[in-house]
Design a protein. Structure first.
Length: 324
């Protein structure tokens, strides 16, 4: 039996991946009472495709919180079960299911969402990756009151975070995760005390962060080197940027790269130089140096280590494949 925490809100938490689990951990350390956790159904994972619980479910089970995994929240039965929890508020982060208006209306204080961008910029599924890919210099967390739109609700709390020149999606994810917990607690305190000051979003300034596909991780050497370097960082650790050698179908993953301050007059996709410091590739504008690669079925290695095992894999003048 879960004991209620004094003076706290009754919270239903809905989330699925690691980012959400970090926010659940913050709520567990707060004065509030977690009455239930909603998360995606267990999915096959790993080489053995074994059914695996989400990070949120694993954490909830560890703390004895009831877990619910409905395939949809549109069903009347699922909505009735949620209503029976008599929650004050529902906290949603990277849940993976749409919440119909009927669900948004159930908790006394409605539903709030923890979003990893400074709304209205980067509404949608992949705000962290898209911010890096676009060359943004700042990101952040927005706690918003949910409505039926896609990340369109009124904003309650914002917390900014600079995007560093060497940030990957992984490093920015971790810093945003640290910001999100305190921001969420602040929003809950404001709502509980009646001091929240919701601010509407300027729809004219919105941008859309589409879900990342594996296909778009292919490096197109006709693009500027600066854009490709951002792509490499944005798609690390998933789905990982990749390139191909002509006549070889298996991709070579690119884990790290840097822009070379030099003009490359060669045709894009041409290897300019091969050295322990990196593999220099001509791009549509400038030159990109690949510093960490992963061959098919192997682990990621710095170029110096990879060349020791495969000295003839790359050669100056060689041309890499272009995406179709």
């Amino acid at each position: 039996m879960i004991q209620a925490k004094a003076q706290g809100l009754r919270i239903v938490f809905a989330g699925t991946p690691d980012f959400a689990a970090q926010q659940l951990r913050s709520l567990l350390a707060s004065e509030h009472e977690l009455v239930a956790v909603y998360t995606q159904p267990d999915r096959p994972a790993g080489r053995g495709k074994k059914l695996t619980a989400s990070p949120v479910k694993q954490l909830a089970v560890e703390h004895g919180i009831p877990v619910r995994q409905p395939p949809t929240l549109k069903a009347a039965q699922a909505q009735a079960e949620l209503a029976e929890l008599n929650a004050d508020i529902m906290v949603v982060v990277a849940y993976g299911l749409l919440l119909p208006q009927a669900v948004l209306n159930i908790p006394r204080l409605g539903c709030i969402n923890i979003h990893a961008s400074l709304l209205p910029r980067w509404r949608g599924a992949a705000p962290i990756q898209r911010a890096i890919e676009a060359g943004d210099t700042v990101s952040g967390i927005t706690i918003m009151q949910m409505d039926a739109g896609l990340d369109t609700g009124d904003m309650l709390v914002k917390a900014e975070c600079p995007i560093r020149a060497d940030d990957t999606a992984a490093t920015l994810h971790d810093r945003l995760s640290e910001l999100a917990g305190p921001a969420t607690i602040t929003a809950l305190q404001q709502l509980q005390s009646g001091q929240a000051q919701p601010k509407s979003q300027d729809d004219s300034k919105s941008t859309y962060a589409a879900k990342i596909s594996k296909a778009e991780a292919a490096l197109d050497w006709r693009r500027p080197a600066q854009e490709l370097e951002r792509q490499v960082r944005a798609f690390n650790p998933f789905p990982i940027a990749f390139m191909r050698i002509p006549d070889q179908e298996a991709p070579i993953r690119v884990w790290a790269a840097e822009v070379v301050d030099a003009d490359a007059s060669a045709t894009p996709a041409t290897i300019i130089a091969v050295a322990p410091t990196g593999l220099d590739i001509a791009c549509g504008e400038g030159m990109l140096r690949l510093t960490t690669l992963q061959l098919p079925g192997k682990k990621a290695l710095p170029i110096a280590d990879l060349l020791r095992g495969h000295p003839d894999l790359f050669a100056p003048g060689q041309t890499l494949a272009l995406p179709q």
